[in-house]
Design a protein around this ligand. Structure first.
Ligand code: HEC
Length: 233
């Protein structure tokens, strides 16, 4: 297999000294004595985002913002993507491949996390990443964009899209009888998944227009749902 070698050390974060000096010195953040070699192969590539981004980065604790990161480029065909990371901030607690929001680097979903406790020297990672995992659909689309009306406050059309419930409310489940004879989701069939009709076509039976939900990304959210419906997971 051909390795697409990208040998980019992380850009070290620089902070200005807060001493009130007229010529504040730039101070380099302390780094770990660690070199991480990571090789990723991506499955279900049609769900690779255009507007959201995927980053490979170093994170701390529960913060969704990476301390240092590189943007992951869309892989071509079956090639693997190879990262060599040095200059990892000492305070980092894990490395992760994360889906980040469109306008800032806030992680919405972690594809893979790798703890950094008690590691030094060299760490080797080789993983296959499923771009269309249902957990990603939940974290990218349902939890932030749908549960206001389909969970918490109420369950419009009897549909619960909260974490842990969404899958069993969708897959193989008939739509509300007034809305459509189709299942909400029929795995392996875009034609027979009313979820897509609601989000893309604005069926007249559904009173709320979902195609203009302000947060919905017409490219990435819809591609992800399509790819997940067709994927074997
Ligand atoms: C502003 C409130 C609101 C939001 C946000 C919302 N929905 Fe809805 N949704 C509704 C209402 C109300 C209905 C029922 C309309 C009807 O039956 O006429 C509905 C119906 C549906 C249905 C049809 C279910 C069936 O069995 O007929 C699906 C599928 C659906 N929504 C998916 C979603 C998804 C996915 C999201 C997030 C991207 C979402 N909705 C966000 C209000 C909302």
């Amino acid at each position: 297999m051909k390795l697409n070698k990208i040998l980019l050390p992380f850009v070290a974060l620089l902070v200005a000294c807060d001493s009130g000096d007229i010529y504040p010195e730039k101070k380099k953040i302390e780094e770990m004595n660690l070199r991480v070699n990571a090789v990723f192969e991506f499955n279900n590539e049609t769900a690779f985002p255009q507007n959201y981004r995927i980053v490979w980065g170093a994170f701390v604790g529960t913060s969704p913002y990476p301390l240092a990161f590189e943007i992951v480029a869309k892989p071509d065909g079956k090639e693997t993507t190879h990262y060599v990371s040095t200059s990892i901030p000492r305070i980092a607690t894990f490395m992760a491949l994360a889906l980040v929001e469109k306008n800032e680097n806030k992680a919405r979903y972690f594809f893979k996390k790798f703890p950094l406790d008690n590691v030094s020297g060299e760490m080797n990672i080789s993983e296959t990443v499923d771009l269309a995992a249902f957990e990603r659909v939940q974290a990218q689309v349902f939890t932030p964009q749908c549960i206001l009306c389909h969970g918490g406050g109420g369950f419009a059309a009897g549909l619960d899209l909260t974490e842990g419930k969404a899958y069993n409310n969708l897959v193989g489940v008939p739509s509300h009888p007034d809305n459509s004879p189709k299942n909400r989701v029929t795995k392996g069939s875009l034609q027979n998944s009313f979820l897509l009709d609601v989000l893309v076509d604005r069926p007249p039976t559904v009173t709320t227009n979902h195609t203009t939900l302000s947060t919905l990304d017409a490219i990435d959210d819809i591609n992800l749902i399509r790819t997940w419906i067709m994927a074997e997971n």
